[in-house]
Design a protein around this ligand. Structure first.
Ligand code: FES
Length: 129
């Protein structure tokens, strides 16, 4: 059983869809769980991560698709203020203790951004979500 399979490359956005400092959430699935992820654009480049803080296993935003700090320089967990580097996913300050967000690798082709679902860094996340 499990969740319906997704293609290896999941189209997430058209290439010009986001402006710098914007984000877009999407869903990724594997047989035992569904996870929320988010795409961001920062200084012309796209990055994507699972929507999971490394302090607690909860989403960074409050379901409002707002991941950036006010100055648009950082990704922020709204729960306790952890700050992450948008380009590396690394925790720069706060209770995430030097950990990094779980990266969702991206592929750009045919004018679109795709998530490479076979290369998602699931880390130690296990079991139904
Ligand atoms: S859950 Fe993200 S900083 Fe606490």
């Amino acid at each position: 059983m499990g969740y319906p399979k997704q293609p290896k490359l999941l189209k997430v956005a058209a290439k010009g869809e986001l402006r710098d400092g914007e984000s877009k959430k999407f869903e990724i699935r594997r047989p035992d769980r569904v996870a929320e992820a988010f795409l961001i654009k920062k200084e012309g480049d796209y990055y994507a991560y699972l929507n999971l803080c490394r302090h607690w296993t909860v989403g960074l935003d409050f379901d409002d698709n707002e991941f950036f700090s006010e100055d648009r320089n950082w990704l922020v967990c709204k729960n306790h203020g952890a700050i992450y580097n948008p380009a590396t996913g690394g925790c720069e300050s706060g209770p995430c203790g030097g950990a990094s967000l779980y990266r969702v690798p991206l592929v750009e082709k045919e004018g679109a951004i795709f998530a490479d679902l076979e290369k998602v860094e699931w880390g130690e996340i296990e079991g139904p979500g």
